[in-house]
Design a protein around this ligand. Sequence first.
Ligand code: PEP
Length: 253
Amino acid sequence: MRQMMVAGNWKMHGSVAFTRDMIQTLTASVTVNEAVTLLVCPPMLYLTQAIQAASNTSLSVGAQNCAQIQTTGAYTGEVSATMLADVGCQYVIIGHSERRALYGETDAVVAEKTKVALAAGVKPIVCVGETLAEREAGQAETIIATQLDAVSKVIGAAGWANAIIAYEPVWAIGTGKTATPEQAQEIHAFIRHQLAKLDAHMAEAITILYGGSVKPDNAVTIFSQPDVDGGLIGGASLNSDDFAKIYAAAVAH
Ligand code: PEP
């Protein structure tokens, strides 16, 4: 049985008050089932606050990014994976499509960040996914294979065994368009197939999340697909009711 997860990516949203209220509401209203990890990823500035508020609860806290360099150094504005581990951060999203598109993160950068997160003991959630143009050109699988291969070259099967993957079709993120459950399943199965070339056991065991306009009303059908192990949720994770309903859909699946 694979570990499932529902993860909230707050992106650049929130405040001290929002973080306090959201963590309080989630920890009070959601009964965490150990088969489904419940994770929130606030902006870096609110990480410590969130970690402290969530301590002694079943809510996990992750970051949305980390530096490519593992420890310390003259890298103004950066936060290393070692620092994330130091404050008790358990997970980090790596290679979100917004970071790839807006901040020029290449497959090689994503691979390096994944490596340093693993070395620091922070579990990477590695995002992959195709744009609409790539899907329409029939290139979705080629693009995803390339994104996976770049990371595989650097971390190998042993690294993937300690990582999570999020399949996020770029055309579905924040657009209200969701991949159909069949489209999600097809790509998730493809990802597992690609990883099985490295290690069949790892490929069967790795958690693969779907991300892209998951809402309470579509979560059940998406999560019911055999290779979908939960979701990476953007917009709907900013509403505690919606996020709790999506979590409940993963538990019920
Ligand atoms: C995301 O940002 O990872 C995401 C999936 O966003 P949304 O749920 O808003 O599409």
